[in-house]
Design a protein around this ligand. Sequence first.
Ligand SMILES: [Zn+2]
Length: 83
Amino acid sequence: MYQFFVQDQIKMSYVCEKCKTAGCKLWRGYNNSSIEILCISCKENNKKYIPAVPISKKGGGYWGYTSIPEKSIKWWKQLPTVK
Ligand SMILES: [Zn+2]
């Protein structure tokens, strides 16, 4: 039910793991091996976060901070910060 199109053709759930908010900018921990995807309201202020930009709908996780393609970061930036 939270599935929608991410980027041009990637359909996946892009949802905050805590409050289930969908369709806004999501973040992930900078150095976490277990990736938790959070919205701005659920982020902890004392932790470092980077944009959570999905690589593909088949899993594969999220782009590393230095390897996010221009096109994908543009997609992420146009998302509303708060929903
Ligand atoms: Zn949230």
